[in-house]
Design a binder for this molecule. Sequence first.
Ligand code: MTE
Ligand code: HPA
Ligand code: MOS
Length: 712
Amino acid sequence: MALTQIDDKIRRTDAVSKARGEAVYLSDMNLEGMLHAQMLRSTVARGRILSVDIPSLPDGYYYISAADIPEGGVNSLWMIQKDWRCFAEGDVRYVGETIGLFVGKSREVLKSLVANTHVEYEETVPAVTIDDAIAVKGGPILEKDDVHCSLYCEKGRPMDDVFAEADMIVEETIETGFQEHVHLETNGCIALPEDDHYVIYASAQCPFYIRKSVAGVVNLPIDKIVVRQTVTGGAFGGKENFPDVLAGPALLAAYVIGKPVRLCFDREEDMEFSVKRHPSKVIYRTAVKDGKITGTKGTVYYNAGAYLSSSFVVLQRGVFHATGVYDIPNAFVEGFGMATNTFPSDAFRGFGAPQTLFAYEVHLDHVARRMGRDPVDLKSELFIKKGGETITNGHIVEEVMLPKMLDDIATASDYWRKSAEYGYGSGKGIGMAFYNHGGAFTGNGEQALIKAHARLVKTGDKVRIECGQTEMGQGFNTILRKIAASVLGIPIEDVDYPAPDTSCVPDSGPTAASRSTMIVGKLIERCAIEMKERWADGDFSVEKEYEHPDGHPWDQGTFRGDAYLGYGWGAVCVELEVDRRTNEVTVKGIWSSHEIGKAIDELIVHGQINGGIVQALGWAAMEKMENRNGHFKQTSMSDYVIPTSMEFPHQTYFIQDNPYEWGPFGAKGMGELVFNGAAAAYVDALERAIGKEACKIPLPPEDIEEVIRNDR
Ligand code: MTE
Ligand code: HPA
Ligand code: MOS
């Protein structure tokens, strides 16, 4: 077997088992005596529950609800706060809220039990949109008002002064819609009693999150709950907190019945009754004086839905990315997470950053047009540099390579010639966007909240990695084994990295925030360096804890300081043509350049780039998820259309090396970065092609028609 070198392009460790169909997913598992479960869900968005009439239960069938929670147990899931109830009790706050769980042998019988249950409600008018929440439709959803969370940040001088001095002020509102994850494997878990504890198998990103979230429901200490990740067929943030919503009721059922209980969503359930990306509405007001942008005020609204979940953290990331990759001398940005009666919104690749980055890119395009400038020209003058001050009064630690990246894609796409030739309104357009993504948890999250640990265990000539990070398609199993093997100078086949089991591995934090490579990869690199020095010592293990670099303060009370250390950076160019009769768009070319410190494996990075860009183009161009009275309208893959390999052309990509001091082999996070820019580049190109300004995505052909009929 060949020794693994960091620069080799290698076959993914999970490729063969997945391609051959040998990988065992949750729905392939069939445990002795296992029962199935089907959720009874709220069919109204908001109201009091007057009664729940369930049909008589056949032998071996059960109905589990809040009434079954044992003494001392709580009816809440512990995400960031404990506001999301395990079962609705007294009232319901969104369509799809779990009221109870039917459990038994046959899924058909379970479905008929759900269909024959009669729930009587006293309905109240729901708030569905951000505007509904602002207007506090039908009275507040929350006890206080309809804002789940809020914050603000400022930099430079007071914005009132900046506006008073301005020659021109451009104000506009930019909106984005819901986005459904459509991970190919739907959500699912199995809960069962085992010895003196309970086991939860789950398709999930964060086994340790589930353990903490559900233990309180059955009033057990967390170490009596063991979570084992099963092969996960895609997640994209949709399995960061949401698995708790399945695991809580399933665990209670296993606790009451004493048998394994499997709760697995079919595709319709997974689309209709799961978390989505936060819809957003961002109002920007930008001042221009003497041909220069002097300041921006932003008001950011995210539709958080019925429960907080991770929305405050999503909103923070949104606010912290709200002035893009630019050094805007004066800025004030406030953010509000609005409570509505829609399914709670939650993590989705980018975690709040894509919405504001999109809005600011589009806004700057519009400002540039009013200044008579080419947007790319204007933006490139504003690129933030090493040492530049961020909106949280922190500073950029790395050399910012955006000028080089712009050059990469402008040259490859022939941007300047095409931009001049296509002009505005010719039916052809070429557009660009620039973006970044702060790697890992915000501020002191890594240091204060997570305190990641990871371990390397040596047995003979082989080593095993022990940590809580999960493989969900992003390639982390390959990345981490490659880091260990390269440092140790052994073949990757000699490094094992089993899927995490919370009873056997140290808690290395969630697989989220694109943190796995830069944070946990670094821990394993440090473990491997020490192990190599002591290789001759026989069998032993090395465990390391996260160490935060000195000199980068963060105040979580005021949101000031270095919100992130290493950012990934990106530039993307999209070229397209619009059919003037049907408004159908054909994308002709996609060019991107990313600076991610160092690519641990170019093939995996290439896959992430391709996938992230296509996912963002889907968000911008075709993925329309509407909500009427709290009900999602698109509930299948035939009405919610995601891109396939037919939709977009071959992509050209560039990767810039810029080794990051605190990442393994110099690597930074990149899994979400690649999502953050393509929607804005697409809209830039589309606006140029149709000669009209768009302030809202998604833009399927019918919505393009609306834009064309606008007078902007
Ligand atoms: N890529 C694939 N194929 N599948 C996924 O579920 N999730 C994304 C991204 N890339 C995802 C993916 C999200 S939301 C995150 S946070 C990162 O991967 C997490 O993985 P990392 O920490 O290894 O970057
Ligand atoms: N991304 C995902 N999950 C998180 C983050 C983040 O930035 N911060 C806290 N939880
Ligand atoms: Mo990713 S949205 O941080 O799971």
